[in-house]
Ligand binder design. Structure first.
Ligand code: IMP
Ligand code: MG
Length: 171
């Protein structure tokens, strides 16, 4: 299996700096919780967090969608829940990729029940051409990408390649 570099580490770094500037503007003087979706968002979240010189807390939630390794089945289940309440808090959900939007929609509905003060989504990659769910659009998007299968910088194929420093395409 070959991997072609799609987005180099320097490009990722530059983009995250831009995203951090926008988030800081939007939440000036406020506290935020970065809520990472395990495990794909971990690399992204820690790099983003280090560029946010403001009050930031981390929490994580793990979801799984049944299906084979490359296609999500549309059924989402929570494997690891939040550790603290988000009621009245500013929450930014940090996702690796929005693909069909199924995970996005499920999580937004699930988290809104807790009545956060603000609920935003920040996705590193967005594949709008794959969307099956309406209104599953992130507030902060790193890169809009083609319908390919991406790995690296936290993103896996069968749990592999998360540690690559760049984003690559599996071929
Ligand atoms: P959605 O629910 O279809 O939007 O799927 C989102 C999840 O599918 C992401 O968080 C990833 O875990 C996974 N996914 C979608 N596209 C890719 C990809 O290109 N590479 C690796 N995982 C992907
Ligand atoms: Mg994922």
């Amino acid at each position: 299996m070959g991997i072609t570099v799609a987005i180099a580490p320097e490009e990722i770094d530059k983009k995250i700096t831009e995203l951090a500037i926008k988030i800081k503007e939007d939440f000036r003087g406020e506290k935020i919780i970065l809520l990472g979706i395990l495990k794909g968002s971990v690399t992204f979240l820690t790099d983003l967090g280090r560029k946010l010189d403001m009050d930031v807390e981390y929490d994580f939630i793990e979801v799984s969608s049944y299906g084979d390794e490359k296609v999500s089945s549309g059924v989402v289940k929570i494997c690891k829940d939040l550790t603290r309440s988000i009621t009245g808090k500013n929450v930014i959900v940090v996702e690796d990729i929005i693909d069909t939007g199924t995970t996005f929609k499920y999580l937004i509905n699930y988290l809104n029940i807790q009545k956060p003060k603000a609920l935003k989504v920040c996705a590193l990659l967005d594949k709008p051409s794959k969307r099956l769910v309406e209104n599953a659009n992130a507030d902060y998007v790193g890169f809009i990408v083609e319908d390919e299968f991406y790995v690296g910088y936290g993103i896996d194929y069968k749990q592999q390649f998360r540690n690559l420093p760049y984003i690559g395409i599996v071929n």
